[in-house]
Design a protein around this ligand. Structure first.
Ligand code: ADP
Length: 231
């Protein structure tokens, strides 16, 4: 039997699994609410008393609102708000990992070797003053190897996506904002940067980390695992 899972979020990230009957109650209230406990019991062919624990769980966890003399209503807004509030607590700085960085003058060949050795999909490219100038990823390398380029001589800067076209993240922005950029731009990762003033007093980005689809998947797994552990 397929188990449908719906989770309730109570306070700080406590997620719990709903039973099949609790899910049915939610469906009934969504469709027919406001609806009394007696009517719900009729739908499910059980006594009102048998439903009491389920209704208590759904009310306490914020799915349902019980109004005297009116009945139960579905609190979509409250649940949605709680999910948004919880997700927005995570900042890029909480999940970012170490970036792989190379100088512009590095050859495409050496950059490909680095890709394998460092087991990464994206390399961030910096100038001699350590400011970010570009990003290069697997597809850029594949494209190059389709041509006649001498990858041992050609510098990686020739094939990189250049600033100001690089999409950036900062440690203090939310993970949700970073995910939005990754999804909308259809890319795998963002360099996490801090801005410094260069010799001309111009603000320029230096790479301090990266946020990738893997970091985000790990956060997702972390949240799901916490829920199984019950707290
Ligand atoms: P892959 O090449 O492994 O599919 P991506 O989907 O991330 O990886 O990269 C696709 C293209 O987008 C490449 O040309 C790459 O240079 C570029 N790119 C990757 N990351 C960024 C970024 N943060 N900002 C702008 N362009 C990027």
């Amino acid at each position: 039997m397929k188990v449908h899972k719906k989770y309730s979020i109570i306070g700080w990230c406590i997620l719990m699994e709903l039973s099949e009957r609790q899910e049915k109650i939610l469906e009934i209230v969504k469709e027919f609410g406001p609806i009394t406990g007696e009517k719900i019991a009729e739908f499910l062919c059980v006594t009102r008393a048998a439903l009491r624990p389920d209704l208590a769980v759904l009310t306490m966890s914020g799915f349902l609102e019980a109004k005297p003399r009116v009945g139960y209503t579905f609190k979509t807004q409250a649940v949605d708000n709680e999910v948004i509030r919880m997700l927005n607590q995570y900042k890029v700085g909480d999940v970012q990992s170490m970036p792989v960085v190379l100088k512009e003058s590095c050859s495409i060949y050496d950059a490909i070797v680095t890709l394998f050795v460092e087991d990464t999909g994206t390399i961030f490219i910096i100038d001699d003053n350590n400011y970010l100038t570009g990003v290069v990823s697997r597809k850029d390398f594949l494209k190059t190897t389709l041509g006649q380029a001498d990858i041992c001589k050609m510098p990686v800067s020739v094939i990189m996506t250049r600033m100001p076209n690089v999409i950036l993240a900062t440690a203090d922005e939310t993970v949700v904002e970073a995910v939005k950029k990754i999804v909308e731009q259809e890319i795998d990762s963002l360099p996490v940067v801090k801005y410094l003033l260069d010799a001309d007093g111009e603000e320029k980005p230096q790479v301090v980390g990266k946020i990738t689809k893997t970091n985000i998947a790990r956060l997702f797994l972390d949240l799901a695992t916490r829920s199984n552990e019950g707290g």
